[in-house]
Design a protein around this ligand. Structure first.
Ligand SMILES: Nc1nc2c(c(=O)[nH]1)N[C@H]1C(S)=C(S)[C@@H](COP(=O)(O)O)O[C@H]1N2
Ligand SMILES: [Mo]
Length: 210
């Protein structure tokens, strides 16, 4: 891993720890439930909900991983207080998905869906951030099963629960709705720089009524 001054990643990149976080050596595994088995023949990535043309869009594994590959540098901040700084995430930027399957003009939020019904909601602007990426690789190595293989979302500027592992699709929404952890006491927005950890900290406008 590079020194902070070697890192790059655009204007929004941070090379410091958000308040209340500590650096983690290695890469712990954090998730709820079992690690799903990858079955390539049954895997598809689906974009649905309020698309511009009203149609769903699906890619199988071969098609999705053939989309243009990019890498971004980004941090991972778990709300349980460990952070990993400056990883290089390789994969398909969320913006590519937005370009290939454009949302209707009324879309304000997305729900990112993963195996077993895990989900996380994001404001469209957070999803459209230039560093939000559907990652297949970290630091040049393919993801392992427990870290989300074959695909996970990484949203470096938000707490890491906003990045589902084993992601399978995106739902475009014209109103906000809470995802898995957001329904279970975690903050609807999840900005680590503002320590938006829990839903009781939410202010009017941060999320749907609880
Ligand atoms: N599908 C799924 N993705 C998930 C989670 C989960 O419970 N299920 N947990 C999130 C949380 S809280 C964190 S901190 C990161 C951890 O990623 P890692 O295990 O690769 O470190 O995954 C996120 N993605
Ligand atoms: Mo987490």
């Amino acid at each position: 891993m590079g020194q902070p001054e070697e890192r790059e990643g655009g204007a929004a990149a941070h090379s410091e720890l958000p308040p209340g976080q500590r650096l983690q050596r290695g890469w712990p595994v954090t998730h709820y439930g079992p690690v799903p088995k990858f079955r390539p023949e049954r895997w598809e990535f689906r974009v649905f909900g309020a698309t511009a043309d009203g149609e769903k869009q699906c890619w199988n594994h071969e098609e999705f991983t053939a989309l243009p590959y990019t890498s971004v540098v980004g941090d991972l901040h778990c709300v349980t207080k460990f952070s990993m700084l400056g990883s290089e995430w390789g994969g398909i930027p969320a913006r590519t998905v937005l370009e290939l399957a454009p949302p209707a003009p009324a879309v304000t939020h997305v729900m990112v869906w993963a195996e077993y019904g895990f989900s996380s909601n994001l404001r469209l602007a957070d999803f459209a951030s230039e560093r939000t990426i559907f990652a297949t690789h970290k630091d040049g190595e393919p993801l392992t099963a427990e870290h989300g293989f074959p695909l996970r979302l990484v949203v470096p500027h938000l707490y890491a629960w906003k990045g589902p592992k084993w992601v399978r699709g995106v739902e475009y929404m014209t109103a906000d709705r809470r995802g898995f952890w957001e329904e279970r006491g975690y903050h609807n927005v999840g900005d680590p720089w503002k320590e938006q950890r829990y839903s009781y900290q939410e202010e009017p406008g941060d999320g749907p009524e609880l």
